[in-house]
Design a protein around this ligand. Structure first.
Ligand code: SF4
Length: 485
């Protein structure tokens, strides 16, 4: 397989579509997460009200981000937390490296963190001779496999149990087994030893509370407890958008995030960290450092449309709901942020010219917007980025003459009612040549194959035929029969 980059989404996606093992693994998404989320949502009285509240909190925070960040810093510093500001990924890596080197550590334990994935911290640590050990099971698996996460909540979702068993045989040296308890027990035994030895623990942050200077990190495996609590030094890498104004705001996000992400009412552990340990005999680190990461976030903040990208709480629900992601998985996006949110964040982080295919990696069906717990209008963002690509000519692609001609004809046909009616009538007659008997959902008939260039629509799926009657015809008939209300 060629190197997967965001600029190659088209080719990556085609390869992913031909991978039956990947499809088997991705079936877990629909079977587990989508259904579990639906059940978990129903345990909240006013889900829509909660989403609206969450978005209002995020909007308020983003409108006054500078003030809330300073308040967060001031209150956390009272508890002995030290802060470092990083303009970009390189600066953040440099800061973390200096902090690790200052403690003399040659190995660090890490808990799952998208911010550290975003800045490629593991590569920077390894290049400096420091061994990073991922301690979230999924992250550890993909670290063993030298891969990047394919999902922001379930990083190894693309792997089957059999592939993981083979990986353990190769990298850990155990006998091949399909027993999940043996596999997880092996990981636990190895990682516990690392926790006991580590001088430095590195984590991400789910929320930073301005009012109290508290950091909240959510998880299910207990490894974050150990990463942040056992080593003498805890370094947290936090995107500047992760701050929330009040402690009570956490109530809203704690109801939304686990339900949206994994279909849980609450994650198994919630670590609330407010300052370093107070007395020598207390548990917890002597030093806590928070690296506040910008890396393109200020730019997103500066535009009214792109600003909403910063409301994301990284729940992963939009990935699970996305028909494109469900088919191609995360690696096709060539970024640590895949799926619908990745398609909008990655081009903004990397620059449009390096990820110009991603805003087109969507059918704009709106499923992501429907499930997003903070009501991010991802289709609006995708269209905004597409418009920017077109305006900047970032793609440097001169459209083919045939394509330009086709769109001219299309525009001319569809801009006059008479031509539009004639066109749809003609298409209705012509489609008889290609419509087959059967059903797509509730629609009778389907089109399995169209001629090029329209054939791209039917290369991977059947298309529904044009409805036998127009809306106007149906409406007139309803009025005539007295059912028009
Ligand atoms: S965009 Fe919304 S649904 Fe997608 S990960 Fe972010 S918060 Fe979750």
């Amino acid at each position: 397989m060629h190197h997967l980059t965001s600029d190659n989404f088209d080719q990556n996606a085609r390869e992913a579509l031909r991978d039956p093992v990947l499809h088997g693994a991705l079936r877990n998404l629909a079977d587990n997460f989508v259904e579990r989320r639906r059940i978990a949502m129903s345990s909240v009285d006013d889900w829509e009200g909660l989403r609206t509240r969450a978005r209002a909190i995020k909007d308020e925070t983003l409108a006054h981000l500078d003030e809330y960040l300073l308040q967060f810093v001031e209150n956390a510093e009272k508890g002995g937390v030290k802060f470092h500001w990083a303009r970009d990924g390189a600066e953040a890596c440099r800061i973390v490296l200096e902090l690790v080197k200052a403690s003399g550590a040659e190995m660090v334990v890490k808990s799952k963190s998208m911010a550290t994935e975003e800045i490629h911290l593991n590569d920077a640590l390894e290049a400096a001779g420091i061994e990073p050990i991922e301690t979230d099971l999924g992250e550890w698996i993909i670290q063993l496999a030298h891969e990047i996460p394919s999902h922001i909540v379930v990083p190894a979702i693309h792997k089957t149990k059999g592939q993981i068993a083979d990986l353990f045989v190769e990298k850990v040296g155990i006998e091949k087994t399909g027993d999940v308890d043996v596999l997880t027990g092996t990981a636990r035994r190895i990682l516990r030893q690392k926790f006991a030895e580590a001088k430095v623990g590195i984590s991400g942050v789910n929320f930073g509370v301005a009012e109290t200077g508290t950091i909240l990190i959510l998880e299910n495996e207990g490894n974050i407890r150990m990463t942040t609590g056992l080593p003498q030094k805890h370094i947290a890498v936090m995107g500047i958008e992760k701050v929330v104004p009040r402690f009570t705001d956490l109530d809203v996000f704690l109801k939304l995030l686990p339900r949206s992400g994994t279909g849980q009412r609450l994650t198994a552990y919630q670590s609330l960290i407010t300052g370093v340990k107070k007395r020598p005999d207390d548990e917890g680190p002597d030093e806590i450092h928070v690296v506040l990461l910008d890396n393109g976030r200020s730019k997103m903040l500066s535009h009214p449309v792109t600003r909403q990208s910063l409301a994301c709480i990284r729940c992963g629900a939009c990935l699970n709901a996305c028909p494109v992601y469900q088919q191609v998985g995360g690696h096709a996006y060539g970024s640590v942020y895949p799926g619908p949110i990745g398609a909008v964040i990655t081009p903004q982080l990397m620059g449009l010219s390096k990820a110009k295919q991603l805003p087109y990696a969507s059918s704009l069906c709106g499923a992501c917007r429907e499930v997003c717990p903070v009501k991010i209008d991802i289709p609006e963002l995708l269209l905004h980025l597409r418009a920017e690509i077109a305006d900047n000519n970032a793609s440097n692609v001169k459209r083919k003459f045939s394509e330009r001609l086709a769109f001219k004809l299309y525009g001319s046909m569809w801009s006059r009612a008479g031509r539009y009616n004639f066109g749809t009538k003609a298409a209705r007659v012509m489609q008889k040549l290609v419509v087959r008997k059967g059903k797509i959902g509730k629609v009778s008939g389907f089109i399995a194959k169209l001629v090029p260039p329209l054939g791209a629509w039917t290369a991977w799926r059947d298309a529904p035929p044009i409805a036998p009657k127009t809306f106007r015809q149906q409406w007139r008939e309803k009025l005539r029969s007295g059912n028009g209300n």
